[in-house]
Ligand binder design. Structure first.
Ligand code: MN
Length: 236
């Protein structure tokens, strides 16, 4: 009887230790939110976006948002929660998660939608743009107008909305259209960073020149790829 009790106790202690160790290792197994590699070198987007701006922007600004985001979610379930799910409920979290999570994601998208080897606009994307804006020229005009008129720091976006409509919108600071606090919501397809740190070294106060240059390095293939999966990731 005593031996059985003892064996049960040992078994229980072993079980609890195992549970504790598994939990401990899960928490130490850092978050799913990895800092992205750049697909091109820092000087690859010259002369449109200069290497010095890229270096500061990617290695300092973006890295800074990522580090602060990891600190803000350290030890919480957000370490393993996909970013889009965090953004769908962003109003429940504090400003550190909103600002740094947004900064982490928005820059990731921005690097992805730039390329030194620009191709033609894929047919599916072109017809979606034509349908919503009339034609590519009208779309670019709208995007330029929205990006130019962001007051202070923020981002302009091409987003997909349920049903397939594409719209251009902007957000302040590091907010994005996936967030439940955003006025216009949708799945981001293309974005431009219009914080001064994105262009000031090369373009100084001439944001319009930076926006014009941006079109020479837009990665249309990536935008078209995002359009294919936009519906399933679109905030409802
Ligand atoms: Mn930036």
């Amino acid at each position: 009887m005593k031996n059985t009790y003892c064996a049960k106790t040992i078994f229980l202690v072993l079980m609890l230790t195992t549970v504790f160790l598994v939990q401990g290792s899960a928490q130490n197994d850092k978050s799913v939110h990895q800092f992205p590699e750049l697909e091109y070198s820092l000087d690859a987007l010259e002369p449109y976006i200069d290497a010095e701006t890229m270096n500061l922007h990617y290695n300092k600004h973006h890295k800074g948002y990522h580090n602060k985001f990891l600190a803000a979610i350290d030890g919480t379930k957000l370490e393993t929660t996909p970013l889009n799910e965090i953004f769908y409920n962003i109003s429940k979290y504090d400003d550190n998660v909103r600002n740094n999570g947004g900064g982490f994601y928005n820059h990731m998208l921005y690097w992805e939608n730039l390329t030194p080897d620009q191709g033609k606009i894929p047919a599916d994307l072109k017809s979606a743009i034509d349908k919503s804006f009339g034609n590519i020229v009208a779309f670019k005009e709208k995007f330029n107008e929205v990006a130019s008129s962001v007051f202070g720091s923020g981002w302009a976006w091409l987003v997909y909305q349920p049903g397939g409509k594409l719209v251009v919108t902007s957000t302040s600071n590091q907010d994005n259209p996936l967030m439940d606090i955003s006025d216009v919501r949708g799945m981001p397809l293309l974005t431009i960073d219009v914080w001064e740190h994105a262009y000031y070294l090369k373009y100084q106060n001439k944001r319009g020149d930076y926006i014009s240059s941006f079109w020479s390095v837009v990665n249309w293939e990536v935008v078209a790829e995002r359009l294919k999966f936009a519906d399933e990731n679109c905030p409802k």
